[in-house]
Design a protein around this ligand. Structure first.
Ligand SMILES: C[S@@+](CC[C@H](N)C(=O)[O-])C[C@H]1O[C@@H](n2cnc3c(N)ncnc32)[C@H](O)[C@@H]1O
Length: 311
């Protein structure tokens, strides 16, 4: 399918969709480093710029619109503000794209917090906006570990199908591929050690790209980013922010001696080992923490291809 990608970042979701056989016809992000990363690994065809300044008539048509619209705008205060301030609500641009392009499907990923903001009123508003735009919508709370990602990462995925396509063509969430429950008769969750044991220590790494670690000190104080990592379990969630000084907290390595390198964080997010990130250390960590795991993007991409094959 032809994909219009909004808030594309480094392209975790897009790479997965492309790996499945789909084509990205338009992509955009405001972050210079993320756009450079996207250009050197996925496609030159990504527009650098603020979505609020883009002329939607210049965007080609597509079968599916995808995007992890940033969630910072979703405070209750923002929902109630004046029309002027609504420009800050980036999901409105996602909605605008649906209305302008009428794609058959959409995929929107977000943090789980979106379910509870304002006691669920924000979610209700989003769902009614999507429905009014002419789409059936499913809201799926998922754990990426259930899809072969070596990481506990809970996210919300909205899937939309244009109403006129009928119920037999609905885009569905992929079936789980892994489980921690033996009753499911699926392979077990992949542990962080299984995912990372092929990497040497950064000091002996030779020329492995981005195999550099944050020097932010390790201290085990029992809060996010500061807990020992169990080698036998999936990694804790790879973060995009959080050291209190504008930096990103990289997860502690299970060896207890240092934090994960950019390369290792990317591997936990299922980026291939030859995918090279542009920018300074913090920017690389942020691009990775923001991404949809590539392996999950691939499974979503497979669902799109299955729909095409049924036609
Ligand atoms: C959650 S990330 C998306 C990650 C992406 N889906 C992936 O899988 O790699 C959200 C992105 O929105 C971008 N963004 C934020 N404000 C924007 C704006 N006004 N216009 C365009 N992009 C924006 C950020 O730079 C960030 O890369």
């Amino acid at each position: 399918m032809r994909v219009i990608s909004m808030f594309s970042g480094a392209g975790g979701l897009d790479l997965g969709l492309v790996q499945a056989g789909n084509e990205v016809v338009w992509a955009n992000d405001i972050d210079k480093d993320a756009v450079e990363t996207y250009r050197s690994n996925i496609s030159q065809d990504i527009l650098l710029g603020d979505i609020s300044t883009i002329d939607f008539d210049s965007i080609p048509d597509g079968d599916v619109v995808v995007g992890g619209f940033p969630c910072q705008g979703f405070s209750l205060a923002n929902m109630r503000r004046s029309v002027d301030d609504e420009r800050n609500l980036l999901y409105k641009y996602f909605l605008k794209m649906l209305v302008a392009k009428r794609p058959r499907y959409f995929i929107a990923e977000n943090v789980r917090g979106i379910l509870n903001i304002g006691g669920g009123t924000v979610l209700e508003q989003i769902l009614s906006d999507f429905q009014d735009a002419g789409y059936f919508v499913s809201v799926n709370k998922i754990n990426m570990a259930d899809y072969g990602v070596p990481q506990k990462r809970i996210r919300v995925v909205f899937l939309g199908t244009r109403k006129d396509l009928g119920s037999e063509s609905v885009l569905s969430i992929p079936a789980k591929t892994h489980s921690d429950d033996p009753k499911d008769k699926l392979p077990g969750w992949i542990s962080i050690q299984q995912a990372l044991e092929h990497f040497p220590e950064p000091s002996e790494s030779g020329d492995i790209p981005n195999h550099v670690a944050s020097s932010y000190k390790l201290s085990f104080r029992n809060f996010t980013g500061h807990r020992p990592t169990d080698p036998a379990k999936p990694s804790p969630t790879i973060l995009a922010r959080g050291n209190g000084k504008g930096g990103v907290v990289a997860i502690p390595h299970y060896n207890g001696k240092r934090r994960l390198t950019v390369r290792e964080s990317a591997c936990v997010q299922t980026f291939p080992d030859d995918f090279v990130f542009s920018g300074k250390l913090n920017s690389c960590y942020r691009q990775i923490g923001n991404a949809v795991p590539v392996a999950f993007g691939r499974l979503l991409g497979d669902e799109l291809i299955k729909i095409e094959d049924r036609k």
